[in-house]
Design a protein around this ligand. Structure first.
Ligand SMILES: Nc1ncnc2c1ncn2[C@@H]1O[C@H](COP(=O)(O)OP(=O)(O)O)[C@@H](O)[C@H]1O
Ligand SMILES: [Mg+2]
Length: 254
């Protein structure tokens, strides 16, 4: 896969703020680079990134996968090339055009049965699609294996997200060791989110990885969330956006 795109993804324990941070990254990229092509991929079956970005998802990549699988099971014999071109063509059905960015939801993980062929075509197609963008932001469930298996083999920027809990720190340490074994990445950094005790932040350290920023527990962010507003409607001076901006600057995205 030839790819000039910067591919940014997040990993960390559930509830630490991965989706919120991904949505903030998309917003900051759109503001900073209005002329660049930006793709947001929601790889969490719960499709939280769509809500955080105010995107109305009508079809996921899984819906497309299932319809291709169904047609194969119904006895339509088709050649590999035909399946690949159908996947390539139909991925655009699932792509939502938003002001300044495009959005793709992956949907459910594979259900029972091995449709390995269709899955690998779709991954190939995601790779081709990503290659036509300048920035790709991928929100996942927790680990990095799921993203690698379902979305992309390689990322350029891996952001490990934790809260100030012991458990959160342990989870990102585990993710880092898995990533070092499995994933090709160029840059890595830690974001500590929802901090209430800044004096304790220095206790969170991961050997060989920079802490890019510590984002305070942000009342404006929580209020925005409760009102059902998207991150695109968040005040520009919110602690969340400031923190994510700092992290992106340190890792040379902004
Ligand atoms: N810095 C923050 N301040 C206040 N609330 C936050 C902050 N970061 C995340 N949240 C809230 O925490 C909850 C979990 O965040 P989310 O981004 O969904 O986590 P994850 O994707 O890691 O499961 C959401 O309700 C979100 O609004
Ligand atoms: Mg999430």
């Amino acid at each position: 896969m030839e790819n000039k795109a910067k591919i940014i993804t997040v990993a960390g324990k559930g509830g630490v703020g991965k989706t919120s941070i991904c949505a903030s990254i998309v917003r900051l990229l759109v503001e900073q680079y209005p002329d660049k092509k930006i793709l947001a991929i929601d790889a969490d079956p719960a499709v939280g990134l769509s809500v955080a970005l105010g995107v109305d998802v009508k079809m996921t990549l899984d819906d497309i996968r299932m319809s291709i699988v169904d047609s194969v099971e119904n006895g339509e014999t088709r050649e590999a090339l035909e399946l690949l071109s159908e996947a390539r063509f139909r991925i655009f059905d699932a792509l939502v055009e938003m002001p300044g960015f495009a959005f793709l939801a992956i949907g459910r993980p594979e259900s029972s049965g091995c449709y390995c062929k269709v899955n690998s075509y779709l991954k190939e197609v995601i790779g081709m699609l990503a290659g036509s963008f300048d920035y790709v932001v991928i929100d996942g469930e927790a680990g990095i294996e799921q993203i690698q298996r379902r979305v992309m083999e390689k990322v350029t920027h891996l952001l490990l997200i934790t809260d100030q809990s012991k458990k959160g720190g342990q989870v990102i340490a585990t993710i880092k060791s898995v990533a070092d074994e499995l994933i090709a990445y160029d840059r890595i950094g830690v974001i500590i989110n929802r901090v209430t005790n800044p004096e304790l932040v220095e206790l969170i350290q991961l050997p060989g990885v920079d802490v890019l920023t510590a984002i305070p527990a942000d009342g404006a962010f929580a209020a925005n969330d409760i009102k059902g507003k998207s991150v695109l409607e968040l005040p520009a001076d919110s602690a969340m956006l400031k923190g994510v901006k700092e992290a992106l600057q340190k890792i040379e995205i902004l």
